[in-house]
Design a protein around this ligand. Structure first.
Ligand SMILES: Cc1ncc(COP(=O)(O)O)c(C=O)c1O
Length: 389
């Protein structure tokens, strides 16, 4: 089947957060929403078919999570990432964010320290602080437009950390980690007895011939140490169904995690997420293989447009995710003014860069998982606004 990602789908009756929460987020509905990480594309047809069949049954009582569900996810990881693991060490979770919260709760004391590498997905801050723990930051350093890790600082911070949250691949910088770097990080975490949670939610969205390396595969030690969060919700645009998977290195960690959830009596998928994930991982590959070049071409379109028409804003085509990191420092606006400029003048709803790195200034995050014509409109609005500055 050929998918048409150029199609504009009206999401106005869809109760979509990306559209319907514009007023709450930006104070106006008059912005093109290019913020929260979901896509404006319809998902793979086999998923739609499976959900339609299930909907038509008209009977959605408490649902048993059968082995085939985890088998579909495991088989996907084996096929695409060469990662195999013991199926009995897999758990379900409502979302990767909830898994992060749980890891913070079970691995760290109140007042403890959680190490994150910033800029990073803002929930890494929020899930830490919600539970009364402290964020400690290993900040990426920008060198000639490339962001690199400060290893010395990483090791120093590990000495006082109770948990390390890794974003692999990285949102918002969009890089795919190299095996050597992952191994070096895990070795250091083992040395300082710091548990590792690897958030791999973007691991199917990889470009430019790069390969995602699951952190747990970098060594035997990593396989018996790292806890991994994966999900089909980013890959197949199913975030509203709320389901993800955690792969544990041992039964002890899995039990601790599962107990945290079962204490709230959360222990079943909703009937639809179960069906959708199974269809996605068993039959969704054809759709994904068509989606990736479309997103990659969207990256190229934005890079090219900015270079030619708005050279004050710098960016690059990321190797992972569908999110672009815009360096707007040359516009000379402080963060509040930059945010207002995007909303009021360009009429675009992006994420402010300082929500990913609190000490950063002058960056914005752009979601390009939308039809090309929407991006074209967005770039024209941005160009006109910059020219009027
Ligand atoms: C790195 C990262 N982790 C987790 C999530 C959200 O995961 P979930 O919807 O499964 O809670 C996102 C969503 O943007 C993300 O970028």
């Amino acid at each position: 089947m050929i998918y048409n990602f150029d199609e504009i789908i009206d999401r106005s009756g869809n109760h979509s957060a990306k559209y319907d929460e514009r007023m709450k987020k930006f104070g106006t509905n008059d912005v093109i929403p290019l913020w929260i990480a979901d896509m404006d594309f319809r998902t793979a047809q086999p998923i739609i078919d499976a959900l339609t069949r299930r909907a038509q049954e008209g009977l959605w009582g408490y649902t048993n999570r059968h082995d085939g569900y985890f088998a579909a996810i495991r088989s996907w990881q084996k096929r695409r990432n060469g990662w195999d693991f013991d199926q009995s060490l897999m758990s379900w979770s409502l979302g990767v964010v909830q898994s992060i919260y749980t890891m913070v709760q079970i691995c760290t004391p109140v007042g403890g320290n959680v190490l994150i590498q910033t800029p990073v997905y803002s929930e890494f801050y929020d899930m830490t602080e919600l539970g009364g723990r402290n964020v400690i930051e290993n900040q990426f350093v920008e060198k000639d437009g490339k962001w690199v890790m400060d290893w010395e600082d990483f090791e120093e911070k590990l000495k006082i950390a109770d948990l390390f949250l890794l974003c692999n691949p990285h949102n918002p910088l969009g890089f795919v980690w190299e095996r050597e770097d992952l191994k070096r990080m895990v070795d250091l975490c083992i040395k300082y007895h710091v548990p590792v949670f690897s958030d791999e939610i973007h691991s199917d969205l990889i470009f430019h011939g790069k390969k995602h390396i699951p952190t747990a595969t970098v060594s035997e030690e990593a396989a018996s140490y790292v806890v991994t969060g994966i999900s089909g919700t980013k890959t197949f645009n199913l975030a509203g169904l709320q389901a993800s998977t955690v792969v544990f290195p041992n039964a002890y960690m899995k039990k601790k995690f599962d107990t945290f959830w079962s204490n709230m009596d959360i222990h079943r998928n909703n009937a639809f997420s179960l069906i959708a994930m199974e269809a996605a991982f068993n039959e969704g590959e054809e759709w994904l293989e068509q989606l990736l070049p479309y997103i990659s071409a969207n990256f190229d379109y934005v890079v090219d447009y900015l270079e030619k028409n708005i050279p004050q804003i710098k960016t690059y085509a990321p190797d992972a995710t569908y999110l672009m990191w815009l360096d707007c420092r040359a516009l000379g606006l402080d963060d509040e003014a930059l945010n207002r400029f995007f909303i009021d003048k360009a009429k675009l709803g992006l994420n402010a860069g300082n929500s990913f790195g609190r000490s950063l200034s002058g960056y914005m995050r752009l979601n390009v998982a939308c039809p090309r014509s929407v991006l074209e409109q967005a770039m024209q609005q941005l160009e006109a606004a910059v020219k009027a500055l």
